[in-house]
Design a protein around this ligand. Structure first.
Ligand code: NAP
Length: 248
């Protein structure tokens, strides 16, 4: 059976690295994105050049309607989804908790938490052996922020990743006997664009000497952990976490 992967936020950073590595391993890939169509199409182009099927689909994972549409497009254009990486995530300008308003909290939790719930729900409907599916695997992209807390930067973001950790544990148990494994990776300080959203593009450089390995990580190093968790090599692994954080 063909391996079909949906990577949310697959146009840039960790999601793009995951989409490319998956294609190298024979997956057909749906590259989901929010706004940056050119970046998404570039990843699709690079995947197709490997001789693998790929599509780019714009959908805001925070929107239930958009997520439903995303999965319908994959049904029609790529085939039965077998794997999902809940990677899309956002953070906002660094600030203390007493400065955070409801709009910001809603945006963070909608994208980072609700998005993973919506996508997992649609994946389960298609993968669950109790609903006529043939099983599958889900990997959530959490963060070491869930245990470090990101004080003075974005405690809201860290809390949203704490929610993802709890969701990973609960969902993995809920569907363990339906042929679906659910795991998470917790990246540390990885060179991507996300730090620009926090107002500090060079954040990894600031932290790197404080890390046990004394360097930041590359998106592809995270992708390797994700692809292992998706693979049959991880067939008895569910409800667990791989920290990809240079020892932090
Ligand atoms: P990034 O470089 O900022 O890329 C974010 C990706 O998510 C882009 O493809 C973006 O699409 C997409 N996206 C954003 N909001 C979306 C939404 N509402 N719906 C659909 N797609 C959306 O981020 P990254 O650093 O690779 O982070 C990926 C994941 O790793 C996130 O969950 C993040 O929290 C986690 N993480 C990152 C680090 C790190 O140091 N980089 C550390 C720990 C955890 P567009 O291209 O269209 O904007």
């Amino acid at each position: 059976m063909e391996k079909v992967l949906i990577v949310t936020g697959g146009s840039r950073g960790i999601g793009a690295a995951t989409a490319l590595l998956a294609a190298e391993q024979g997956y057909a890939v749906c590259v989901n994105y929010l706004h940056n169509q050119a970046a998404a199409e570039n990843i699709v182009h690079r995947i197709k050049a490997m001789g693998t099927d790929a599509i780019a689909v714009a959908a805001d994972v925070a929107s239930e309607t958009a997520v439903n549409h995303l999965f319908e497009v994959v049904d029609n254009q790529l085939g039965q989804v077998t794997t999902l990486v809940n990677n899309a995530g956002i953070l906002e300008q660094q600030m203390r908790v007493e400065q955070m308003d409801a709009d910001r909290l809603n945006r963070i939790f909608a994208a980072n938490v609700f998005g993973s719930f919506f996508c997992s729900r649609e994946a389960i409907k298609r993968m669950s052996t109790k609903q006529g599916g043939t099983g599958g695997a889900i990997v959530n992209v959490s963060s070491v922020a869930s245990r470090l807390g990101a004080p003075g930067e974005y405690v809201d973001y860290a809390a949203s990743k704490g929610a993802i950790d709890a969701m990973t544990i609960g969902l993995s148990k809920e569907i363990a006997d339906e042929g679906i494994r659910v795991n998470a990776v917790r990246p540390g300080f990885i060179y991507t664009d996300i730090h620009t959203s926090g107002g500090e593009p060079n954040r990894v450089e600031r932290f790197k000497d404080l890390l046990p390995m004394k360097r930041g990580g590359q998106a592809r190093e995270v992708a390797h952990a994700i692809l292992w968790l998706l693979s049959d090599q991880a067939s008895y692994t569910t409800g667990t976490f791989i920290d990809v954080a240079g020892g932090k």
